[in-house]
Write a protein that binds this ligand. Structure first.
Ligand code: C5P
Length: 244
């Protein structure tokens, strides 16, 4: 069955407290497909956040931990993640294939996604990390390299910028699940945004993203529910209209 527009939307619960997160879950519950629990809230509250989201909403749960450690440690951490029964979890794609494989092996039914290159990283960041010019001049090559390694290790897919989605779908096939953060609708493009490789919801979905992570444009809107509806409408147009 084809996904509805709102099911493409993942809303990150980037809040310092349960109360702030709960207020947004109430407003967005039937307007998004998944809630993402990130480091800020998970470090403060632990697995109780997962329980809280599950009690309040029927939406999916994405635990964005971006794990990166030795294979044994990540494998053991992933066994704990499996017990939480969330839908998606992230590990860092900058690590070894062995670590990615250990994560997948212990994740149970939870799908493991590898973060390829953070969307607030640009060419200058890649250079500062010591990469060759080949990757500095074309960060998408680094994204492809990491995505291939992740799939070879058994990951269900990757997290990448909307600018790389189409290329990855072509190179790796439609089965590779793609989650795209760094989403900015036209109505909220602001100079000085920390996200560098941004795309609109429409462009991300047209490029083939399976899910888009969209936080501040919804969280900081005067009416978050209305903002989420606007994003869903834009996605719907992208799904039914011709590819730009
Ligand atoms: O839309 P906004 O910029 O507020 O979304 C930020 C969220 O997306 C954060 O939760 C951040 O961790 C997540 N994210 C990201 N870039 C990635 C992976 C996840 O910005 N590559």
């Amino acid at each position: 069955m084809q996904k509805t527009a709102k099911e493409y939307i993942i809303f990150p619960l980037d809040f310092p407290s349960m109360e702030a997160a709960q207020s947004h879950i109430r407003q967005l519950d039937d307007r998004v497909g998944m809630f993402k629990i990130g480091l800020e809230l998970f470090i403060r509250q632990g697995p109780a956040v997962v329980e809280m989201v599950r009690k309040m909403s029927g939406a999916g749960i994405f635990l964005d931990l971006k794990l990166h450690d030795i294979s044994t440690t990540v494998g053991r951490a992933m066994a704990s993640v499996a017990d939480l029964g969330v839908d998606l979890v992230t590990v860092h794609g900058a690590s070894s294939q062995k670590m990615l494989g250990a994560a997948v092996k212990n994740a149970g039914k939870t799908k493991v996604l590898a973060v390829t290159l953070l969307t607030d990283n640009d060419a200058a960041t890649v250079r500062a990390q010591g990469f060759k010019d080949e990757y500095v001049n074309a960060p998408e090559k680094l994204v492809l390299l990491r995505a291939r390694m992740a799939l070879d290790a058994g990951c269900a897919g990757v997290v990448c910028s909307g600018r790389e989605t189409a290329m990855l779908k072509t190179q790796l096939g439609k089965e590779c699940l793609i989650v795209t953060p760094g989403i900015r609708p036209q109505w909220c493009l602001t100079p000085g945004d920390d996200q560098k490789r941004v795309v609109t919801p429409l462009k991300a979905v047209q490029a083939g993203s399976d899910y888009i992570v969209i936080g501040r444009p919804i969280r900081d809107a005067d009416d978050p529910a209305r903002a989420a509806e606007k994003v869903a409408l834009e996605i719907e147009a992208g799904l039914s209209g011709p590819v730009a």
